[in-house]
Structure formats: structure tokens, C-alpha cells
Design a binder for this molecule. Sequence first.
Ligand code: GAL
Length: 446
Amino acid sequence: MLRKPRIWLLAVIGVIAIGGVGVACGEDGEGDETPTAAATSAATGTAPAGTPSALSGELEIFSWWTTGGEAAGLEALFDLYPDQCSPDVEITNATVAGGGGAQARQVLTTRMLGNDPPGSFQVHMGKELTDTWVTTDYMEPLDALFAEEGWEDVFPQGVLDIVSYEGKPYSVPVNIHRANVLWYNKKVFADNNLEPPATFEEFFTVAEALKANGITPLALGDVEAFASVQLMETTLIGVLGADAYNGLWTGETDWSGAEVTSALDTFKRLLGYVNSDHSSLTWDQANDLVISGDAAMTVMGDWLHADNKAKDFADSGWMPSPGTAGIYDALSDTFGLPKNAPNPDAVNCWLKLVGSKAGQEAFNPLKGSICARTDCDAALFDEYLNSAMDDWKQDAIVPSLAHGAAAAPGWATEISDAVTVFLVDQNVGTLQSRLSDACQGADVCQ
Ligand code: GAL
């Protein structure tokens, strides 16, 4: 099997509204492919192309996984494809760099609207999948595939519900990530006789001590806006708790209330302890500050664990971000079958692989995530991932805002824009009223 890399370059050429969501989009047009006919065995629910060797042609897999651990996880899936599907399929690894995927989604939107879909693409479980692509009729339902593979029995019901629309599943979850993790450098804490903070109060005490010793307390790399949105999200969870945080997305918690003010004040205080060059760094470059000991901590999802492994960082410590013990801020990467996808039979086998035990056991230990399936062998996973598996079973699960699970894409974009302004003006009152307005606009807070 040959594997072709393809990097889509981004040239923003316009803003297109889809499903009520404003999306900037563009691409360089490199290597455009003509989609094949819509009829697919996967879509119609008939059997896939039979024996693996019956598959051939090209298969383009689109994602934003370009950093060490992320790319390694994806490669592990590609490596299984010849055996599980066919050695005669040529996989194109189409990536658009940029943590959190905002740039990738712009390119994807252009391609989908231009009837040039990839074979399959990375998309977050939840609103990002359903509100962007399913309700707008861009995806094939996968109920036949789920039935054939017996996936109703191996994915938790909550996960099945979130990838489904009107009773049918539309994408295959490959993992579960946790967004609310405080990663820290154990040596820095030991050298400074400090304990990693479990609460915001402890955080600010520790941060002052670190600052006095010339160490940046909290590393942030928000050249991609998701990182600061995620820091605000984890702060909201830490101050409000699981139930009140969940209520933000259902209209039960008042965005203009005192608890939210308190969380946003805390968010502002946290920003007082970050590296001054945060707006020019990526999330993994921020992690480099922790690895080198220039910074002590960073709040990031557990894809950072994969980054640490890829960089052989042995002094990594972890705990729930301040105030969030017992809460799992969750997101999931999934893959589906776009309508008019080229080579749908090869895509169908890709989806089988992504949802299979073998696929998830190969992918997740490298990706820093746990299986979306419930039957993976824990012995294949390291200490951090085993702790994540335990927490996933017992914690309160809440949806991630920054990674497509909590709010419809248009609402999430408005929140992200408000946070971007806040990073400059630091005005809590303005931020809170923009967040409150965004909820009204999303028709949730009536
Ligand atoms: C998330 C995605 C993760 C990881 C992260 C950083 O949105 O779900 O798999 O890639 O972005 O890019």
C-alpha cells in the first residue's frame, strides 16, 4: 500500500453560511478530485465490497492530526488498513495543521460545499457533527454498519446517542479525550517544594511562589483560539461544578449570574500568570515550556500526554484542572461517510477499522486518549490512560465547549470571538454580556 501525504494550504477566500453557522472557508485547490457517484454499499446498507482484496483505488482521510503523538496514532490505523481491508488501497493522509481543527474545518467546508468531499474526515462527536453536517444532509447514515458490527453493544449508550440524529448513527467514535487536565512538571514542583494545586485558591498561592522564583506558573499557547476557550471552559467547570456548567448549555444556568461572574474573574486572574508570548505559541509549543521547566503547568486535553510521550518527557505529572476533581470534560473524535465520497467501499472498511477493537487498541495508546469502546484491554494502556479509564467510568461527564460537544457551531464561534476580545481588553463585564447575548442568540436562554 502506498501512502501519499497531502497538506491543504489555507487561503481564506470567503464566508459562507451553512446551517445557520458562519464559516470562513478556502483552499489552494491542489489535487482536486472528482467525486464518484453517490450510490454506495455503505450508504444503502448492503454488504461492503466483500473480501479485503476486492478493495482498491484511493482513500483520502482528512484530519488536523500533525503533531507527534497525534500523527503516530493515525499512522497506526493506516498500518492496520492493508491487513484489515486491502493492501491495494492507496491512502492519502490529508491534513490541515492547527490544534483544535479550526483551519481544517474551513478547508473541509469549502470542499463539502463544492461537492469535493474527502473519503472520510475527523469530526467531533456532538453538535459539530450533527448541526454542521447531519441536519444539513451532507452525511450518510451508518445504521447498517453499526448493526453489522454489533456496535450497539460495545459503545456506551451515551456515546451512541451523541453520534445519532433521529435514531440513526452518523459517525464512528474512535476515542474519548479529556479536556480538563492540569499537566505539570514534577521536577519544578519538587525543586520549589510545592504541591500541584487542586483548587483555584491553591493555584494562586503556588503561582505566586513560582513567579517569585522566576518560573512562569501557567503555560498557554493560544495562537489557535481553542486553547484560551478551553481554559475558560475548565474554569467555568471548576467554579460552577458539573450541574451548573451543564445548565449553561440548556438554559438552566444564567450566563449573567453571579457564579459566572466569579468564574470569569477567576479566568482573568489565571491569565495574569501565563507566558507573555502566549498568542504566538501553539498548544504543543506551550507544553515545551513545561518540559523545559520554564513554566510549571499547563491546562490542556490529554492529547498532550501523547505529545509528552513523543518527546520522551519523563517528569510529567497530571491531575484534574483546579476545582474539577470527579468531573470528566469529554470530547470524541469520530469519522463518518460524506455523501458522494469517492471510493465508498474503501471508506466503509476504514470506518470498520476505526470502530474495531484492534483499531482502537492501536490508536489510543499513542493518541493519549481512551477507547470509545468499552472492551479494550487495559494492559495496553499506560498509567495515565488507566487513570483516565477509571475516571471515565465514575466521574460526572460534561461536554467540551472548545471541542464541538457543548454548543452548536455558530454559538461556539460567538463565544470564541468574545474570548479573543477579552484576551486584549480584559473586561469581565463586556465578556459576560457577550456570553449572555450569545446564549440568547442561540435560542437556548429564553
Ligand atoms: C482536538 C481533537 C484532538 C486533538 C486536539 C489538538 O479538537 O479532538 O484529537 O487533535 O484537538 O489538536
